[in-house]
Design a protein around this ligand. Structure first.
Ligand SMILES: NC(=O)c1ccc[n+]([C@@H]2O[C@H](COP(=O)([O-])OP(=O)(O)OC[C@H]3O[C@@H](n4cnc5c(N)ncnc54)[C@H](O)[C@@H]3O)[C@@H](O)[C@H]2O)c1
Length: 259
């Protein structure tokens, strides 16, 4: 029988207040893992942790800005041992390179790319001592091809795939796998904000009211990916069944990207 039981394992998920991170937490809760929710939004974290506790899950939350290295170090020290880390926290903005605000570029890379490195660095020693670990980086199909007016975001997601491959090679002998998941359009606040953004519509020269329909027409399955569909792959990658999968960047995109 194929079932995934992660009783006794602890998973930490960054960006777990909403969207994909929240859905990943719910999927892992179904496998009986202990769940650590991390994000900047205390109110939402508390709500999500309470909901998981109500169904008998050992859930804790910590307020964390992943782009702050010192905060990452102290929060992960307080948490203790983590078996599975999901680097999911991320932001997006639209801009041409010509009009790029340097602070926005740096902030995005600090969260989407540096944050994943800081959190990974914080768990490696303890995973290595335990001879087991899973690091799952939420990249994007935007990490596999260029897109106009999205250079900061796409650069961060390409970087995350490169980081995934390097770290996978460093940790393979310790029974620690490192993989990236590359979602396409997932129905979350991030995607809906992009598809409702005047700047995105005007730079791409698509009427705003047609943005969602045009974007989903390019998806072979013709719909958004559900956040939990990203969670199911994360759960599989965290399981014993995926012990031989490392350094991979796997799309969950309804056929939008095929490499
Ligand atoms: N929605 C999509 O279509 C899509 C597609 C591909 C990849 N992704 C990626 O999936 C991940 C989750 O995105 P989402 O769609 O759920 O977005 P979302 O905006 O709904 O959620 C983002 C989460 O990241 C958290 N976050 C942002 N900055 C943070 C920081 N500095 N420290 C800690 N937490 C922080 C937010 O609090 C929130 O919980 C992101 O990395 C995103 O790039 C999303």
């Amino acid at each position: 029988m194929f079932s995934i039981d992660l009783s006794g394992k602890t998973v930490a998920i960054t960006g777990a207040s909403q969207g994909i991170g929240k859905a990943i937490a719910e999927v892992f809760a179904g496998s009986k893992a202990s769940v650590i929710l991390l994000s900047r939004n205390k109110t939402k974290l508390e709500e999500n942790a309470t909901r998981l506790k109500e169904i008998g899950i050992n859930a804790r939350y910590f307020v964390l800005d992943v782009s702050d290295f010192n905060q990452v170090q102290s929060v992960f020290k307080e948490i203790g041992h983590i078996d599975i880390l999901v680097n999911n926290a991320g932001i997006h903005f639209t801009s041409s390179v010509l009009d790029m605000e340097l602070n926005s570029w740096k902030e995005l890379l600090d969260i989407n790319l540096n944050g994943a490195m800081y959190c990974s660095k914080a768990v490696i020693e303890s995973m290595t001592k335990n001879s087991f670990g899973r690091i799952i980086n939420i990249s994007s199909t935007s990490g596999k091809h260029g897109e106009a007016f999205s250079s900061a975001y796409n650069t961060s997601k390409f970087g995350l795939i490169g980081f995934t491959q390097c770290l996978a090679l460093e940790l393979a002998r310790h029974n620690i796998t490192v993989n990236a998941i590359c979602p396409g359009w997932v129905e979350t606040k991030m995607a809906l904000d992009i598809l409702n953004d005047d700047k995105y519509a005007s730079l791409h020269q698509i009427p705003k009211e047609e943005l969602e329909e045009t974007s989903l027409q390019a998806v072979p399955i013709g719909r958004f990916v559900h956040p939990k569909e990203v969670g199911y792959l994360a759960l599989y990658l965290a399981s014993e069944y995926a012990s031989a999968i490392t350094g991979q960047s796997i799309n969950v995109c309804g056929g939008l990207c095929m490499h």
